[in-house]
Each structure stands twice: as structure tokens, then as C-alpha cells.
Write a new protein. Structure first.
Length: 138
């Protein structure tokens, strides 16, 4: 059994942003030499997420609009968490979109369904944050 672990650092340009990190994960998988196993990718911050979906700009826009309806940033006074920071909505958005993904590895490749890609979702950005990528297998 082999394993490889890497932290990936992200600093978004906007407070909310979706970034395709599939290429970085695939590069680490290639470096590992693992042919069969699993890959874990998780956000190491409580206002960010990792999820799998289609890499289509209209869908990403729809996610942003939908999440803002479910957990609007304003009015910040409507949240009890906003006692020093004003990011309560980001915590809720992360909870909806999820903390991590696990992808099977088959024949040295991420075993995705059609159109699937891995994304980092940022909901309180414009500062440095990290993700964990851990690949285990043979």
C-alpha cells in the first residue's frame, strides 16, 4: 500500500469563487504511481468546500445565485455568528456544498462519470486557504 499527501494553497480574487482543481489532483495521482485506490480531497477551512460537478460557467453562476438565496450575505445582522467577522453565510454555504470528495482510482486514472470534475468552492475568500489531497492505493 502506498500513499501520497499534498496541501494545495488557494487565494481567490473574489469573495466567492469556484476553481477547477482536477488538473492538480490528476498531477499528484500521476506522481504517486498509484493504479488502484482512492483519492480524498478536502477543504481545510470552514468557509470553503470541495465538490464534484460539471465545469460549465452557467451552472457555476446558478450555484452562486442559488446559494445566495439560501444563505444571503446581507443583512449580516440577521446572523448570530457575525460577532467579529461577517461570514456566517459562508459557513452555511460550505455546509450545503460539502467539505470533501472521494474519487475511485482505476488503472491510474480518477474514475469519474461523464463531465465530472473536482472544484474548490470559496465563500469567504481573498485570503490564503488550503486543501488536502490524499491518495491511497497500490
Amino acid at each position: 500500500m502506498k500513499s501520497i499527501t499534498k496541501e494545495l494553497w488557494v487565494n481567490t480574487k473574489k469573495p466567492r469563487e469556484f476553481i477547477n482543481i482536477t488538473g492538480e489532483v490528476e498531477s499528484l495521482l500521476n506522481e504517486s504511481g498509484i493504479q488502484e485506490g482512492i483519492c480524498l480531497v478536502n477543504a481545510m477551512h470552514i468557509t470553503a468546500s470541495v465538490f464534484i460537478n460539471d465545469d460549465e460557467s452557467g451552472l457555476h453562476h446558478d450555484f452562486d445565485v442559488w446559494l445566495e438565496k439560501l444563505a444571503p450575505h446581507e443583512p449580516v445582522s440577521s446572523y448570530r455568528h457575525n460577532t467579529g467577522e461577517i461570514n456566517a453565510d459562508a459557513h452555511l454555504k460550505r455546509q450545503i456544498m460539502g467539505r470533501e470528495v472521494v474519487v475511485a482510482i482505476t488503472n491510474g486514472k480518477l474514475h469519474f462519470g461523464l463531465w465530472e470534475q473536482i472544484f474548490y468552492g470559496e465563500f469567504d475568500g481573498q485570503r490564503k486557504k488550503r486543501l488536502l489531497i490524499k491518495i491511497i492505493g497500490e
